[in-house]
Design a protein around this ligand. Structure first.
Ligand code: ZN
Ligand code: ZN
Length: 114
């Protein structure tokens, strides 16, 4: 796969590009990720914060605390509700992209399950 990777929400109002190779991809089976994805697990593609550019639209955000009590900003499309990104305020240099929102998911190979 060649850069940039492109993706967006389900309704197409928000579009983003990833400009650098992701750092890792993992599947998380915690209760929060099950709720968020309404599925068995959530996919997190960790990317350098500066390498993710929103090229169309403006995500909405809400903040929750994770199981260690640290803040996570959850960014989503205000029109269709698709979850796009998780910003961990305690790790400001990276952002977790919800990998199912990529246009091409065929190349995704998770390194592990947590
Ligand atoms: Zn949308
Ligand atoms: Zn989780």
């Amino acid at each position: 796969m060649s850069l940039p990777y492109t993706g967006g929400c389900q309704c197409g109002q928000i579009r983003y590009e990833i400009l650098a190779q992701p750092l890792t991809l993992y599947l998380c089976h915690c209760k929060e990720c099950q709720k968020q994805s309404s599925s068995a697990f959530g996919m997190s593609l960790t990317v350098l914060r500066d390498a993710v550019v929103i090229v169309q639209g403006k995500p909405k955000a809400w903040t929750r605390k994770n199981d260690r009590g640290r803040e996570v900003n959850n960014l989503f499309c205000g029109d269709c509700g698709t979850r796009l990104f998780h910003e961990r305020t305690y790790k400001p240099n990276t952002i977790n992209v919800k990998a199912g929102t990529l246009d091409d998911t065929s190349w995704l190979h998770p390194v592990g399950n947590i």
